[in-house]
Design a protein around this ligand. Structure first.
Ligand SMILES: CC(C)(COP(=O)(O)OP(=O)(O)OC[C@H]1O[C@@H](n2cnc3c(N)ncnc32)[C@H](O)[C@@H]1OP(=O)(O)O)[C@@H](O)C(=O)NCCC(=O)NCCSC(=O)/C=C/CC(=O)O
Ligand SMILES: Cc1cc2nc3c(=O)[nH]c(=O)nc-3n(C[C@H](O)[C@H](O)[C@H](O)COP(=O)(O)OP(=O)(O)OC[C@H]3O[C@@H](n4cnc5c(N)ncnc54)[C@H](O)[C@@H]3O)c2cc1C
Length: 643
C-alpha cells in the first residue's frame, strides 16, 4: 500500500530517505516553533532554509530529492515562492534569451525571487491591478510605479525581507495605450548589502493566523516610486515591446500570462492529499488509542474508532486523501501534456487545463481545510493542544483556500467552461473531462437502476450517477441562462447555482479518476481491494452528502439514496480492520507528523504528560505576576460579604 500511495517504489524509497534525513537533523526541530517571537521565528526559518540549501548542495541532491526535502522540513519559507513561482514564471513566460540570463542565477540562488501579482486593492481581479509599467522609448526602459495606495503589492510570499528580485505584474502602457497585465523582473534590494534600492519601499505585512504557522513566511508589501528597468526585463514570450515602442501580440493566447497559476494549482491538489493524509493519520491512530465508555465487567473501554459516528466522520476523510492523491497524479499528467502542447504552439487543451486545475484546486483545498478541522474534533480535547500537530497544520493549510485563486472565484471559472460546453452541444463534440456531456440525452433520460445496496458496488452505477447529476445541473443552468437577454447578467444572477454545478462536475472527475486508478495494475496483496473499498466510500459519501442534488435532478429516488447509505455503513466496517495499515502507508515520520497523538508507537498519554511540563509557564510553581496581581485579591478585606 505504501507504493500505491507513493506512486512507485523509487518515489517511496527517495521520499523515505529525505524524510529520515530531515527527521534525524536537529536543525529541523519543530516543537519550539509556536513559542518563538516573530523576529526569532523568522531568523530560525532563514537558518533552516540555509541548512536545507547546504544539504542540497553538499549532498548534490536532485531536484526531486530537494523537493521532498523542502516538504519534510515542513515550514513555509521564502524559498517556496522562489522555486514554486518565480522560476516557473520565467520558464513559462520568458523568451529563450531571458531564460538563459535569469534561470541560472535563480537556480544557483544568486538571486532570490518572489511572485508579486496581488495588490492591496486587487487579488482575484488580475485585470484590475493598478501598478503601472510605462515604456520610455528614449531610455529603452520601463518605469514601474505604484500610483495609488491600493496599488501597493500586498501578500507575495518571500517579498517582505528575503527577496532580492520580484516578478511584478503590472499594467503595460506603451505610447499612452494600455495593453493588459504583464510580468516584469524588478530588482528590489542590493546584492551587496540587501538594502532596498532607490524608489523601492518594501516590508512585511504583519502577523497572520495562528502562532508560528505561516508567520515563518515574510509575506510582503511593496511600492514603487518610478523605478526604471531595462526593456528586456518584461517577460516577452507572450507579447513583446520593441525598442521603437511597438507592442506585438504573438499568436500565443494572452492567458499564458496566467500560466504560472495553472502550474501551481495542479501542485496544490497533490499537496491537499498530503495535508489531509497527515491529519487523517493523526486522527486515525489516536482514535485507535483513545478509549471512552463501553467497559463491561471492568474490562477495557471501547476504542473510539469503533463508534459508527467516529467512522462516518473519519473514513470518508481517509478515502478523500487517497482520492485527492490519485486525481492529483492525473492532473499532473494533464498539466505536463498541456505544457508539451504549448511548446508546440498547440493551445487546444489550455481551457480544459485551466478549468480542471482551477476546479480541482478549489474542491480539494476546501475539503482538506474542513477535513483537518474535522480531524481536530475527532481527537476531542487533546486535538486542541499544539502538541497534537493539528492546530498548526490547520493554520498553515487554510490559506490554500484563498491563495492561487479564491475557491469561489475559481469555481466560477469552471462554470464559464461548463456553460460554454453546454452552449456548444449539438455542433461541437465535448472531449476530455466534459466528454460525458456528449451523452446528455441519455443522461437526461435514464434514471438510476440500483435496486439493492449491493448494486452500488458497481463502478458503472457510480459513474453514471455522478455524470447524470453533473450533466443535469449544467443543462438546468444553461436553460436558466437562456432566459436572460444579457448573458453576463444571467451569469451573475445564477452564480450560486453555477458554482454548485461546477462542484458536481469536479466531484465527477475525482470519482472517475479514482475508478480509473483501480483499473491499473496495483502491486501488493489485497491493496487493490482496500483501495476499491475506499473508492466506494468516497463516492457514496459524496452521494449521501449531496443527495439533494441527485434527488432534485430526478435521477435518484429516496429509496435508492437510502440504499447508498446502507452500503456506506457496510463499507465502514470493511475499512475498520485496515484503517491503521492504510494510514501507516503514508509512511510519515513522527517528525513530519509533529503530533503526540499520532505517534507511530501509540505512546500518547505519557508523552502528553511529559510535554506539558516543557511549557515555559511551568518553569516555576508560582507563575510570574501571581503575587503582584492575584495575591492582593485573595488578601483583600471585603466590606460586604455580598460582593
Ligand atoms: C479570475 C480570473 C481567471 C479572471 O481572469 P480575467 O482575464 O479577468 O477574465 P476572464 O474570466 O474573462 O478570463 C478570460 C479568458 O481567459 C481564460 N483564463 C483565465 N485564467 C486562465 C488561466 N489561468 N489559464 C488559461 N486560461 C485562463 C478564461 O477561461 C477566459 O477564457 P474564455 O474562453 O472564457 O474567454 C483571473 O483574474 C485570476 O486568475 N484570478 C485569480 C488570481 C490568483 O489566482 N492569484 C494568485 C496569486 S499568486 C499566489 O496566490 C501565491 C500564493 C503562495 C503560495 O502558493 O504558496
Ligand atoms: C498566505 C497567502 C499567501 C499569498 N501569497 C501570494 C503570493 O506569493 N503572490 C501573490 O501575488 N499573491 C499572494 N497571495 C494573495 C492571494 O493570491 C489572493 O489573496 C487571492 O488570489 C484572493 O484574492 P483577494 O484577496 O483579492 O480576494 P477577494 O477576491 O477580495 O475575495 C473576497 C471575497 O470576494 C469574493 N469574490 C471576489 N470576486 C468575486 C466574483 N467575481 N464573484 C463572486 N465572488 C467574488 C470571494 O469569493 C471572497 O469571498 C497570498 C495570499 C495568502 C492568504
Amino acid at each position: 500500500m505504501k507504493v500505491a500511495w507513493a506512486g512507485s517504489r523509487e518515489t517511496l524509497e527517495l521520499s523515505d530517505r529525505m524524510a529520515k534525513l530531515v527527521a534525524n537533523d536537529p536543525v529541523f526541530e519543530k516543537f519550539t516553533r509556536p513559542m518563538l517571537g516573530r523576529k526569532e521565528l523568522f531568523k530560525n526559518t532563514l537558518r533552516k532554509a540555509a541548512h536545507g540549501w547546504k544539504l542540497i548542495v553538499d549532498l548534490r541532491l536532485t531536484e526531486e530529492e530537494a523537493k521532498w526535502l523542502r516538504l519534510y522540513i515542513d515550514e513555509p519559507a521564502y524559498t517556496d515562492l522562489h522555486w514554486g513561482m518565480f522560476i516557473p514564471a520565467i520558464e513559462g513566460q520568458g523568451t529563450e534569451e531571458q531564460k538563459k540570463k535569469w534561470l541560472p542565477l535563480a537556480q544557483k540562488m544568486k538571486i532570490i525571487g518572489c511572485y508579486a501579482q496581488t495588490e492591496l486593492g486587487h487579488g482575484s481581479n488580475v485585470q484590475g491591478l493598478e501598478t503601472t509599467a510605462t515604456f520610455d522609448p528614449q531610455a529603452d526602459e520601463f518605469v514601474i510605479h505604484s500610483p495609488t495606495l491600493t496599488s501597493s503589492k500586498w501578500w507575495p510570499g518571500g517579498l517582505g525581507k528575503a527577496s532580492t528580485h520580484a516578478l511584478v505584474y503590472a499594467r503595460l502602457i506603451v505610447g499612452g495605450e494600455f495593453h493588459g497585465v504583464h510580468g516584469f523582473i524588478v530588482q528590489l534590494r542590493s546584492l551587496e548589502d540587501h538594502s532596498p534600492l532607490p524608489g523601492i519601499t518594501v516590508g512585511d505585512i504583519g502577523l497572520k493566523f495562528g502562532n508560528g504557522a505561516y508567520n515563518t513566511m515574510d509575506n510582503g508589501v511593496l511600492r514603487f516610486d518610478h523605478v526604471r528597468i531595462p526593456r528586456n526585463q518584461m517577460l516577452m514570450r507572450v507579447s513583446q515591446v520593441t525598442k521603437e515602442g511597438k507592442y506585438m501580440q504573438s499568436d500565443v493566447p494572452r492567458q499564458l500570462i496566467y500560466g504560472t497559476m495553472v502550474y501551481v494549482r495542479q501542485t496544490i491538489v497533490v499537496d491537499a492529499s498530503k495535508a489531509l493524509s497527515r491529519a487523517v493519520c493523526i486522527a486515525t491512530r489516536y482514535s485507535a488509542v483513545r478509549r471512552q465508555f463501553g467497559s463491561r465487567n471492568g474490562g477495557p473501554e471501547t476504542q473510539v474508532i469503533d463508534y459508527k459516528t467516529q467512522q462516518s466522520r473519519l473514513f470518508p476523510l481517509l478515502a478523500s486523501a487517497y482520492a485527492f492523491r490519485f486525481v492529483g497524479e492525473w492532473l499532473k499528467w494533464l498539466y505536463m501534456d498541456v505544457k508539451q502542447r504549448l511548446e508546440a504552439n498547440d493551445f487546444s487543451t489550455l481551457p480544459e487545463a485551466h478549468a480542471c486545475t482551477a476546479g480541482l484546486k478549489s474542491l480539494t483545498t476546501t475539503a482538506t481545510a474542513d477535513g483537518i478541522e474535522e480531524c481536530r474534533k475527532l481527537c476531542g480535547g487533546h486535538g486542541y493542544l499544539v502538541s497534537s500537530g493539528l492546530p498548526e497544520l490547520f493554520a498553515v493549510y487554510i490559506p490554500a483556500c484563498t491563495y492561487e485563486g479564491d475557491n469561489v472565484v475559481l469555481l466560477l471559472q469552471v462554470a464559464r467552461f461548463i456553460v460554454k460546453t453546454v452552449s456548444e452541444l449539438g455542433y461541437k463534440q465535448p472531449v476530455g473531462t466534459t466528454a460525458y456531456m456528449g451523452r446528455v440525452a441519455t443522461l437526461m433520460q435514464n434514471n438510476c437502476a440500483v435496486r439493492t445496496a449491493e448494486d452500488w458496488l458497481n463502478p458503472g452505477a457510480i459513474v453514471e450517477a455522478f455524470e447524470a447529476r453533473a450533466a443535469r445541473m449544467a443543462v438546468a443552468c444553461g436553460r436558466q441562462l437562456a432566459k436572460f437577454e444579457n448573458p453576463e447578467e444571467g451569469f451573475a444572477e445564477l452564480a450560486s447555482d453555477l458554482v454548485e454545478a461546477s462542484v458536481a462536475h469536479c466531484q465527477l472527475i475525482v470519482v472517475s479518476k479514482f475508478i480509473e486508478k483501480l483499473q491499473q495494475d496495483i502491486p501488493g496483496k489485497g491493496v487493490k481491494q482496500s483501495l476499491e473499498i475506499l473508492c466506494y466510500v468516497y463516492a457514496l459519501f459524496l452521494l449521501h452528502k449531496h443527495q439533494g442534488d441527485f434527488l432534485a435532478v430526478g435521477y435518484l429516488t429516496p429509496k435508492q439514496a437510502l440504499l447508498a447509505n446502507d452500503q456506506l455503513r457496510t463499507l465502514y466496517s470493511k475499512v475498520r480492520p485496515n484503517a491503521i495499515a492504510l494510514v501507516d502507508s503514508f509512511n510519515y515520520t513522527d517528525h513530519y507528523l509533529g503530533s503526540i497523538l499520532g505517534r507511530y508507537d501509540g505512546n500518547v498519554y505519557p508523552k502528553l504528560y511529559e510535554a506539558a511540563w516543557e511549557d515555559p509557564l511551568n518553569d516555576s510553581d508560582v507563575a510570574d505576576g501571581f503575587h503582584q496581581y492575584v495575591q492582593p485579591i485573595l488578601k483583600q478585606k471585603l466590606h460586604s460579604a455580598k460582593l
